[in-house]
Design a protein around this ligand. Structure first.
Ligand code: GSN
Length: 221
């Protein structure tokens, strides 16, 4: 056994992408096993690998972990990306959960039916611009530190950067009114492990293409 974590998911972003980001940020090498068909999922379900019959699943430290947030929290705690005390951890969790809520809107957008897409897009941009980004801009403005929590790199910074870049893919000028988020983006993107992950050829995934939506739907439904 290589000892590297092994990620089981389809070959796309979805719910696995924040896990890929966090491992990469921690400088941890990982392997990936990509599901191509419903049979691949059935096989994992039948052999008892999926506690709740769902993906993502990550083999790590002898466990078959499921539930995206549990996996993220384990990696954050293991690699010291989870603050230095309980209160910092509480903040990291609050920021992280908000970012997961926003992430849910972004990652489900390509899967919306044609007649709901426009409304979904408007809601997604509204929530990013008027609910979530102003909060993170204010946090950075109030403490004037490089990182969101405790002046130390954490899971929350990784999650925020991932979302900022994803939101820009949907609307390139979405950060126009958020100067501190712009400088945060530049700063965190320059951390060596992250810089490497952002380069072509890394295990970072590209946005899902319209043509791949049915293929992914067929695996899960
Ligand atoms: O965060 C989590 O890991 C869980 N609370 C949700 C996991 C989930 O919904 N997984 C989907 C595929 S990943 N994309 O959404 C899944 O396995 N769906 C099939 C099913 O039977 O629920």
């Amino acid at each position: 056994m290589s000892g590297k974590p092994k990620l089981h998911y389809f070959n796309g972003r979805g719910r696995m992408e924040p896990i890929r980001w966090l491992l990469a940020a921690a400088g941890v090498e990982f392997e990936e096993s990509f599901l191509e068909t419903k049979d691949d999922l059935t096989k994992l379900r039948k052999d008892g690998s999926l506690l709740f019959q769902q993906l993502p699943m990550v083999e790590i430290d002898g466990m078959k972990m499921v539930q995206t947030r549990a996996i993220l929290n384990y990696i954050a705690a293991k690699y010291n990306l989870y603050g230095k005390d309980l209160k910092e951890r509480a903040l990291i969790d609050m920021y992280g959960e908000a970012l997961m809520d926003l992430n849910e809107l972004l990652l489900t957008h390509p899967f919306q039916p044609a007649d709901k897409k426009e409304q979904h897009f408007a809601n997604m941009i509204d929530k990013a611009t008027n609910r979530y980004f102003p909060v993170f801009e204010k946090i950075l403005k109030d403490h004037r530190q490089d990182f969101l929590v405790g002046n130390q790199f954490s899971k929350a910074d990784v999650q925020l950067l991932e979302i900022l870049l994803m939101a820009e893919e949907f609307k390139p000028d979405i950060l126009a009114k958020f100067p501190l988020l712009q400088s945060f983006k530049a700063r965190i993107s320059n951390i060596p492990t992250i810089k490497k992950f952002l380069q072509p050829g890394s295990q970072r995934k590209t946005p899902i293409q319209e043509k791949d939506v049915p293929k992914v739907m067929k695996i899960f439904y």
